[in-house]
Design a protein around this ligand. Structure first.
Ligand code: SF4
Length: 204
């Protein structure tokens, strides 16, 4: 198991273990907390599938020139893991454990299965990634779509950029308060993100 797999496994075990001890009403309350974020994710999905599915199919699946889903190439926030586990059933969670326990081969992300990503709500960095070819083919030639994408990027920051109280910070805090910690809790351990909090007078 690589260090990356180990770190991912630890976070997954931590979240799954904590959630398994909660009552159904507490899980429902957590799901309620995610409502705005999941709405944002649906809007991004719609934008991408409407405007990018042709270019992505051609680039990634037909000619196999792909910058997406490279091996250990993504930053996973702790909140990504939490959101995904909250929104996954047991079968989906066990599928993640299974790939993380397996030896990693090839140059692609360990979570990339035959039918695509194994996450139910994939990491935010993955969701917002557009390769240069896709940006050039779709956004560069259409100012309206550029503006729409820009607005989605602005909305993205309201969930993960800690110059204000954001969902990703709140989810880390919730697990910290329950006595858990993880190296993936970047909103509490990344020097850069802590500087952002400090600059606006937020508690770190
Ligand atoms: S979308 Fe899924 S398979 Fe692709 S890099 Fe992200 S986690 Fe890995």
């Amino acid at each position: 198991m690589t260090e990356y797999q180990h770190e991912q496994m630890e976070a997954l075990e931590l979240v799954a273990g904590h959630l398994s001890g909660l009552k159904a009403a507490d899980i429902d309350a957590l799901k309620g907390k995610l409502a705005d974020y999941l709405c944002f994710r649906r809007d991004v999905d719609t934008f991408l599938s409407t405007h990018f599915s042709d270019i992505c199919t051609e680039t990634c699946y037909q000619s196999r020139i792909s910058a997406c889903c490279t091996r250990e190439g993504i930053i996973t926030f702790f909140a990504d893991v939490a959101v995904n586990v909250i929104m996954s059933d047991e079968i989906a969670i066990q599928a993640l454990f299974s790939v993380l326990r397996s030896p990693q081969e090839g140059s692609k992300c360990i979570y990339l299965g035959e039918k695509g990503c194994l996450w139910q709500v994939k990491p935010l960095v993955c969701e917002m990634f557009l390769c240069e070819k896709a940006e050039d083919a779709v956004l560069k030639i259409n100012q309206d779509l550029q503006n729409e994408w820009h607005m989605l990027k602005k909305r993205e920051k309201t969930f993960r950029w800690p110059d204000q109280i954001v969902l990703f910070d709140e989810l880390e805090q919730l697990f910290l308060d329950a006595g858990h910690s993880s190296p993936l809790m970047y909103l509490h351990n990344s020097p850069g993100l802590l500087r952002v909090k400090k600059a606006v007078g937020r508690k770190q």
